[in-house]
Design a protein around this ligand. Sequence first.
Ligand code: NAI
Ligand code: DQA
Length: 291
Amino acid sequence: MSTTSESYLVGLIGAGITASLTPPMHEAEAAHHGLHYLYRPVDLEAIGRPGTDVGELLRAGRDLGFNAFNITHPCKQLVLDHLHETTPAAAALKAVNTVLIRDGRFIGHNTDQTGFAAGLAAELPEAPKESVVQIGTGGAGSAVAAALLSQGVQALHLFDVDPTRAAERAQALGQMFPHQSVAAAGTEELPGLIAAADGVVNATPVGMHHHPGTPIDTSLLSARQWVADVIYLPVDTELITAARAAGCRVLDGGHMAVGQAADAFALITGMEPDRARMRAYFLELLHAQQG
Ligand SMILES: NC(=O)C1=CN([C@@H]2O[C@H](COP(=O)(O)OP(=O)(O)OC[C@H]3O[C@@H](n4cnc5c(N)ncnc54)[C@H](O)[C@@H]3O)[C@@H](O)[C@H]2O)C=CC1
Ligand SMILES: O=C1C[C@@](O)(C(=O)O)C[C@@H](O)[C@@H]1O
């Protein structure tokens, strides 16, 4: 038996997340810390609820004794209206993926941003950051762009097949980071920007198992550059593989997946997780899932 002060009850609210690897990552790390910790996916598709029910589900979770929730697609923006407090970074991004429940109040954080930033700092600590090109400016891309700027990228060039989205993101991020340069890039200037950049980041779905290919012409890459991907299905995307072959340093998408989970775990428990151990377990889970 355990009381609410001795155990943790956590959930993930989102659509199509029943097979997510985040719940087992949290539970395995908690076991290493000797914690009673249960983490349940609350799959909107499985329970037939729309994303707009996220506030109702949060309040039900609070009443049932949950300590925290991760929040994912399609609720990262919808949840904002239901929070009592939001960190300045998450408020600026207008996206929350972690809600702590403290004294009945909901406090929103964004560990997608901090998780990507932590992976970049740990894996590519010496990476030059004068100029970076990021492809894709959707949900994950917004958090990644803010992470890149928070890590000191001086000039960030954003490209998206939806140029309006890239322009809006560039403007919003420019306001968040007024001392750095953020600009939307056009199709014609992209090859030149990629060839000249210190780093190239993919935040599109291109490269996933069901969406093969690379989002850029990889012949533009050279050994002095670093390349990051957000995709982790597979971990070794065509982009990461081509970048490695060109001699580039790489950051695969598994680092963001583990980083967001590790940062949420730290916020929920107040304990520092062993990130290398979480990464090793994550890779084990991925391999098992792929048979
Ligand atoms: N590692 C992690 O923890 C996470 C990884 N992801 C990955 O991020 C990927 C993107 O997810 P979201 O941002 O949620 O999707 P999204 O649909 O919100 O954004 C994708 C963006 O990429 C753009 N895009 C698509 N193809 C493009 C191309 N060829 N060139 C330029 N832009 C292109 C779209 O117009 C859109 O703006 C997912 O496929 C997933 O694999 C997502 C969340 C967390
Ligand atoms: O978007 C994601 C991915 C996720 O939903 C998952 O299933 O691993 C977990 C969320 O915390 C994170 O923000």
